[in-house]
Write a protein that binds this ligand. Sequence first.
Ligand code: COI
Length: 354
Amino acid sequence: MRITVQKTNAPKAKPSSEGALGFGKVFTDHMFVMEYNESNGWHDPKIIPYGSIELDPSSAVLHYGQTIFEGLKAYKIANDDILLFRPEKNMERINISNERLCIPQIDVDFCVEALKTFVDVERDWVPSSAGTSLYLRPFIIATDPFLGVHPSYTYKFIIIASPSGQYYPEGVNPVKIWVEQNYVRAVKGGTGFAKTGGNYAASLKAQKEAQDKNYTQVLWLDGIERKYIEEVGTMNVFFVIDDEVVTPELSGSILPGVTRMSAIELLSARGKKVTQRQITIDEIYNAHDRGALKEAFGTGTAAVISPIGELNYNGNNIIINDNKTGPVAQELYNSLTKIQTGEANDEFNWTVRV
Ligand code: COI
């Protein structure tokens, strides 16, 4: 499929200070759009000026949330080249989410090419200061104008881009996390492993209540026994207990994060013992009580590696590693970001040049 490109004739001013970008607030000049219908499949891929999209008010996505999304980043490197980080993993995950949401599969190779073409058009928007990147947000929405509950016959696949800095205001400093006991995020058989808007809509109330109590995010427990650790609001979660790094296994209700996968591969390659298994919240508190809980941190595309300095569970507050970034999180952050920004040898072949 040939991607047509229609450039804007009214380019926007670029942000004047990369230091003040924040996350997901500024959008570039263009967007990628592709349509789906039953007779043509995915068709008509194009890059057009960024702007509003027209939807019938009865569109399926607006009523029943048939939608998926992804998040990945493009980095400007020393010679002004641009690197994407494992884009094929995000595109493969789109198809996992699509399958669960009854959305037709995409062609992974074509969509990686589309991403590269789009980023190339927006290359002047990729920021270059430390800690910044062009955050790419591919998403698919169901567009059938019909109020019956059934999978849509028509869809739009869109990619937008946002020059961004840190996701959390804390940056790489430790965050405070509230262990959620009232609300649950997902259960096996639900949509927890898919990247779909409904998972996030359902998380907002818990997140708001945690933020009202001055915590950055919630840590979700499993929806049935309410004792196994699942993930943090926008990140997968890791703990260092004695010399072992542990992270919840992918149980069907946890998002299979690309940064999670990369962290496991990187730490293992550096000789660390990394175990994916069930972890109870009691185990974490017991490990803390006997001095074995060395570190906790989250991993995510937007958040990168985010140390956790404090947990509150059932009214009991614990401080982890003196509320400082620990050596495992720091080393992981350094290794990962150096590969992403081309400062270190890409020993795993993870980056894709645009
Ligand atoms: C990402 O890390 O890219 C995510 O999708 C999390 C997001 C909801 C901010």
